[in-house]
Design a protein around this ligand. Structure first.
Ligand SMILES: [Zn+2]
Length: 414
C-alpha cells in the first residue's frame, strides 16, 4: 500500500506492537505546510491521520509517522505572534528559575525553541538560555534577535556541542515538542546525558484527558504524534531511570500540563499531585477502551453538525469566512471536507501565512484587514483557543450583522 512505508508498527514509548486505531480522520495533507497560491495545482503530500492507544503503556499516538524533514524544515508557526504566548513564557521562565534558586546563573536549554521566545525569557529571568531549533528560518531569526540558538535537531551531536561549550544543563525544557518527535526514546536518552544530576526536565503538552473531555480532536495532525496522559508518561520515564516529581495545570492550548521530571535520586520529593493524576486517569477509564470509542463517536457527530450548519447558511445564500489558520484548522477543514465554495477565505494575523492556501482544501489565507473590508455573514473561528482575543478584535463587525461560530467543543453561534 501507498502509505505502508509511513506506518508505525510499534509503540513510541514501549515498543509494544500497535493494534487498530480508535479514530480515523481520513487521508490528510500536512497541517502546517501551507501551499503558496501559485502552487495551488501542485500535488501535496498526504498520509492517513488516525489515532491508536497502546494496550501496554496506554500511550495514545498516531498510526503513521511522516518524515520530520517534510514537516519542520520551513516552519511557519511563530510563537511570539500572540500576547498570550509572550505572557505565558515569561511566567514559565520564572517558574523554572524559582525551582533553581540555589544556583547562580543556571543553564537552561530549550528544545524546539522556535523563534526563541522562551529562551529570551530565560535570559531575562537571570539564567543562561540556549535554544535548539531545527527550522532554519526560525533559528536564524532567533540568532538575529540575540537569542543563542543551535540550528539542529536535538540529538547526540547537539548535546555534545552544548556540553563542550556550556556544560551540563540545570533545566531542559521541551514544550509541545515532546508530543511532536517520533523517536522520543532517543530524545530522552539525550536529555539524560545533558542534564546535571540535580537538574530537571520540564515539558508542557496539551493534556490527553482535556482533549477527550472537551472534544479537542483538532489537535490531531501529523506533526503531533503523541497525545500524552500522565499514566503513559510515568511508565515511560521510569524505564529511563527518571521520575515525574511535579505537575501543574496551565491553560495555553485550552488545558495543558507542565510536568517536571528528574533523574531518580535527583533530590526532589515526588509531590502528591502525581499520584492524584494517576488515580484520576484510572478512574476516568483512560486505561480502557470505551472512553476512546465514545470520543470517536462524538467526533463523527461534530462533522455532521458543522456540515449541517454550513449547508444551512449556504442554502440561505449567505457567505462564510474563517478566522485563524493554525494546524488545527487544517484538521477540521479537511476532516469536514469544507471547500472554497463554502468558505470564501480565512484571515490570519501571521504575515508568513498570508497569500498561502489551507492545505488540501486550498482555501485562500488573507490578512485580517480583508475581513473588515469584505465582511462575510458568518465567521468560523478556527483559532478557537484565542476566541476571546479574536472576538475583542473583530467584535465591531457585529454592527454589520456578522455572526461568529466557535467550532469546539461543539459548533455554536456566539
Ligand atoms: Zn506503549
Amino acid at each position: 500500500m501507498e502509505y505502508d512505508q509511513y506506518k508505525r508498527k510499534t509503540c513510541r514509548y514501549c515498543d509494544e506492537p500497535l493494534g487498530e486505531p480508535f479514530l480515523e480522520l481520513g487521508v490528510q495533507p500536512l497541517a502546517n505546510n501551507l501551499p503558496r497560491r501559485e502552487d495551488a495545482a501542485k500535488p501535496e503530500f498526504h498520509c492517513p491521520l488516525a489515532v491508536v492507544k497502546c494496550r501496554k503503556c496506554h500511550l495514545v499516538q498516531l498510526t503513521h509517522s511522516v518524515p520530520a524533514h517534510l514537516m519542520f524544515d520551513d516552519y511557519l508557526y511563530v510563537s511570539s505572534t500572540t500576547q498570550t504566548f509572550r505572557t505565558h513564557f515569561a511566567e514559565y521562565a520564572k517558574d523554572v528559575r524559582g525551582r533553581l534558586s540555589q544556583k547562580q546563573t543556571p543553564l537552561a536549554v530549550d528544545i524546539g525553541s522556535n523563534d526563541g521566545l522562551l529562551v529570551s525569557c530565560y535570559d531575562k529571568a537571570g539564567m543562561r538560555g540556549i535554544g535548539v531549533e531545527p527550522a532554519k528560518n526560525l533559528a536564524a531569526e532567533a540568532n538575529r534577535q540575540g537569542v543563542t540558538t543551535l540550528n539542529r535537531y536535538f540529538g547526540a551531536e547537539a548535546v555534545k556541542e552544548i556540553l563542550a561549550q556550556y556544560g551540563k544543563a540545570d533545566a531542559v525544557s521541551a514544550n509541545n515538542v515532546f508530543a511532536h518527535i517520533d523517536d522520543i526514546q532517543g530524545v530522552c536518552r539525550n536529555v539524560r546525558d545533558l542534564l546535571a544530576e540535580d537538574g530537571f526536565l520540564v515539558i508542557e503538552f496539551a493534556y490527553l484527558a482535556t482533549m477527550i473531555e472537551k472534544m479537542f480532536f483538532d489537535m490531531v495532525y501529523h506533526e503531533h504524534v503523541c497525545y500524552i496522559g500522565v499514566t503513559a508518561l510515568d511508565f515511560f520515564f521510569t524505564k529511563f531511570g527518571m521520575e515525574i516529581f511535579d505537575i501543574t495545570e496551565v491553560d495555553t492550548h485550552g488545558g495543558s500540563l507542565r510536568v517536571f521530571i528528574q533523574k531518580i535520586g535527583g533530590g526532589r520529593e515526588r509531590k502528591p499531585v502525581v499520584a492524584r493524576f494517576l488515580n484520576d486517569e484510572r478512574e476516568k477509564g483512560m486505561l480502557g477502551d470505551k472512553v476512546y470509542a465514545d470520543f470517536a463517536a462524538r467526533v463523527l457527530g461534530f462533522k455532521t453538525k458543522l456540515n449541517g450548519m454550513v449547508a444551512a447558511i449556504k442554502k440561505e445564500g449567505k457567505s462564510i469566512s474563517g478566522y485563524g489558520a493554525p494546524a488545527k484548522a487544517t484538521t477540521i477543514i479537511n476532516f469536514c471536507e469544507l471547500t472554497p465554495a463554502q468558505i470564501d477565505y480565512i484571515v490570519d494575523d501571521n504575515p508568513l501565512k498570508q497569500g498561502r492556501l489551507v492545505p488540501g482544501r486550498k482555501i485562500p489565507i488573507v490578512p485580517s484587514a480583508h475581513l473588515a473590508a469584505h465582511p462575510t455573514a458568518y465567521v468560523i473561528i478556527f483559532a478557537w483557543n484565542f476566541s476571546k482575543e479574536i472576538l475583542t478584535k473583530i467584535g465591531f463587525l457585529r454592527e454589520k450583522n456578522v455572526r461568529f461560530i466557535v467550532p469546539l467543543p461543539e459548533p455554536a453561534t456566539v
